[in-house]
Design a binder for this molecule. Structure first.
Ligand code: SF4
Length: 347
């Protein structure tokens, strides 16, 4: 395959979406966009990106921000450990690198939460380092382009793709090559119906020539998600309710939520919170809300039980370690996506 730079450059300049992080070589802004785009698609990610860089316009400001403020901006994106890693990374960049992103792949990878892909993306976009950035989209394009039949996503497969793309990118500006590969993956070489007739690789692609688009890429089989049942309690008393903060060793650590307990996976769940009240008969019970919430490794069947009563009717022990808040002020706390879904339902 030769003279690919003309094909990719021409195609990219004509077809690429104009995105704010493509108009800058500021490594901080590029890094923020890359971490957000690991969570969500471009259209959904844009408002998060603007909110994030408005609130935390520099790595120094992010390094000094309180965790709750960062989690609040991240709210709704999921994978909150990424937001926490960004805070750690920001502190390292300020303390160890004088507030400047290092301009070497090896140094970038020493920073919390920056792996092969992010280092290559920041390195190539901000510092023009010649290294392929390999994410899920690029794996799919490469697997089809070169007709690779081994499962993608393994270290061996990534190394092979990296070698092939490294050769491929030689005649191209590194940033343009990586951006173009990502753009082809996101907009042309899509999982189900690749638009080969619009692809700059159309005449050289192995999958296109051999009609293998539906067979490639080969994926490793995924583990099935574990099923979990959670019962949440929304206590309302005199315009107030109670929240708790997730412990440090759990998913959603540091985020706030209604008090809850794990239950058994039965079809007809009964109210598990009767013992929270001294006089259950003096408690107003509303219709529970049940939701299914999918995480990567867990399917959560969650029920929100809603009660209104006098505070004096609640067993004091149950409110230990809980935070009393005005219902109108819940939005000031960073909460996870399942909580957001509950709040939408009860409002
Ligand atoms: S020609 Fe088709 S299968 Fe090949 S890389 Fe382009 S869109 Fe993907």
């Amino acid at each position: 395959m030769t003279r690919m730079e003309c094909r990719l450059a021409g195609w990219y300049n004509k077809n690429a979406r104009k995105l704010p992080w493509r108009e800058t070589s500021d490594p901080y802004l590029i890094w923020v966009s890359e971490i957000i785009l690991q969570q969500t698609r471009v259209a959904q990610g844009l408002p998060f990106y603007y909110n994030f860089i408005t609130k935390f316009p520099t790595v120094k400001i992010l390094a000094e921000a309180p965790e709750d403020a960062v989690l609040k901006i991240w709210q709704g994106l999921g994978y909150y450990s990424r937001a926490r890693n960004m805070m750690k990374a920001a502190k390292i960049i300020v303390e160890k690198y004088d507030g400047k992103f290092p301009d070497s792949i090896d140094e970038l990878k020493k920073i919390s939460g920056i792996g092969n892909y992010t280092a290559a993306a920041v390195g190539s976009f901000a510092f023009n380092i010649r290294i392929p950035a390999i994410d899920g989209n690029v794996r799919r394009v490469a697997s089809r382009l070169y007709g690779l039949h081994e499962p993608i996503g393994t270290q061996a497969s990534d190394e092979k793709i990296s070698e092939l793309l490294f050769q491929e990118m030689q005649p191209c500006p590194p940033a343009l090559f990586n951006q173009a590969m990502m753009e082809i993956g996101a907009t042309v070489c899509t999982p189900a119906n690749p638009a080969c007739e619009s692809c700059p690789f159309e005449t050289v692609c192995v999958a296109r020539a051999n009609n293998l688009q539906k067979l490639l890429p080969v994926k490793t089989s995924k583990k099935t998600a574990k099923e979990v049942r959670l019962d949440y309690i929304f206590l309302q008393s005199n315009s107030c309710t109670w929240l708790q903060k997730r412990p440090a060793d759990s998913i959603w650590k540091g985020l706030y939520e209604f008090p809850n307990m794990e239950g058994s996976l039965t079809k007809n769940a009964t109210n598990p919170f009767f013992d929270w009240f001294k006089h259950p008969e003096e408690t107003e019970i509303m219709e529970p809300v049940t939701l299914k919430h999918q995480l990567t490794h867990q399917t959560i069947f969650a029920t929100l039980w809603q009660f209104t009563c006098k505070e004096a009717n609640i067993v004091e022990e149950k409110l230990k370690d809980k935070i009393k808040v005005k219902i109108s002020e819940i939005d000031e706390f960073p909460v996870h996506r399942l909580m957001l879904k509950f709040l939408e339902k009860v409002r």
